[in-house]
Write a protein that binds this ligand. Structure first.
Ligand SMILES: [Zn+2]
Length: 264
């Protein structure tokens, strides 16, 4: 069985002490591919170093909404955006880079939505220019996100990571060329809407992800999450859809490989 973790912060400190043995354990459980999303320019290099140290680990480069204000000199937004765009463009030539992101909108944080939208625009422009898939983070800003996405022609599409929401919401993204990143949320019984959505969506629209070290599965709250739990997420998805684990693993791995244009 081959599994693909399409969103794991494997470069974070939480994995510094046991990254090697953990990746080995993942491989044993079939988790053979992993994407490390970008969160801020300072972190891209380490992400790339980690990716180059292992087979089948790739990266995205982007500025996550949670890092926007930490990075920003407020008097200097325009320069900052130009600078980020240059940095993004320069780094995209990295051998292990397969995506732009993560980037997006988060209505739960204090960073003004308008600033988040400006930063997202830079990423969308770039994804359009170089035809790379996007990794999108969105909490509660779906209407704003639809408006922004529809301004661009995004030939490589992308993934709405950590998707939670209704079938209708998911279907709308899928119709726009975006896949849905499905993670630990579906292991929680209270996540009714999302569980119903993943039962009905075409399997071709779904990617598996852990968002490790965050987003522990049901029953493991307070513990570090790891990419090993992709096999548990696959298991839950198989149960919900009354499909075999093998079918879920094969198709979702193929979906990630197709989206991120990974050939082997
Ligand atoms: Zn993330």
């Amino acid at each position: 069985m081959l599994l693909f973790d399409s969103h794991c912060h494997f470069d974070f400190e939480a994995f510094d002490n046991d990254r090697e043995s953990l990746w080995h354990a993942c491989n044993k459980r079939g988790v053979r591919y992993l994407i490390i999303p970008g969160v801020a320019p300072e972190q891209w290099q380490k992400a790339d170093d980690v990716a180059r140290a292992y087979n089948n680990i790739y990266i995205g480069v982007g500025l996550h909404p949670w890092w926007v204000e930490k990075m920003l000199a407020p008097e200097n937004i325009e320069n900052y955006l130009a600078d980020i765009k240059t940095k993004l463009s320069a780094n995209i030539s990295l051998e292990k880079c397969v995506a732009v992101g993560e980037c997006g909108l988060d209505a739960f944080i204090e960073t003004p939505m308008q600033l988040q939208q400006q930063v997202l625009d830079v990423h969308l422009q770039l994804a359009q220019e170089i035809a790379m898939p996007l990794i999108i983070h969105c909490r509660k800003g779906h209407n704003e996100l639809f408006v922004q996405l529809s301004k661009y022609n995004l030939p490589a599409g992308g993934v709405i990571h950590a998707f939670s929401g209704s079938y209708e919401l998911a279907a709308r993204y899928w119709s726009m060329g975006f896949r849905l990143g499905i993670g630990g949320t579906i292991t929680y019984e209270r996540a009714n809407k999302t569980r119903e959505a993943v039962k009905k969506l075409p399997l071709e629209s779904l990617l598996l992800e852990t968002d490790a070290p965050d987003m522990p599965l049901q029953g493991r709250q307070g513990q570090r999450n790891t990419p090993e739990s992709i096999s548990d997420i696959a298991h839950t998805l198989a149960e919900l859809r009354y499909e075999s684990l093998e079918k879920i693993a094969t198709q979702t791995t193929l979906n990630s490989k197709t989206l991120f244009k990974i050939k082997h």
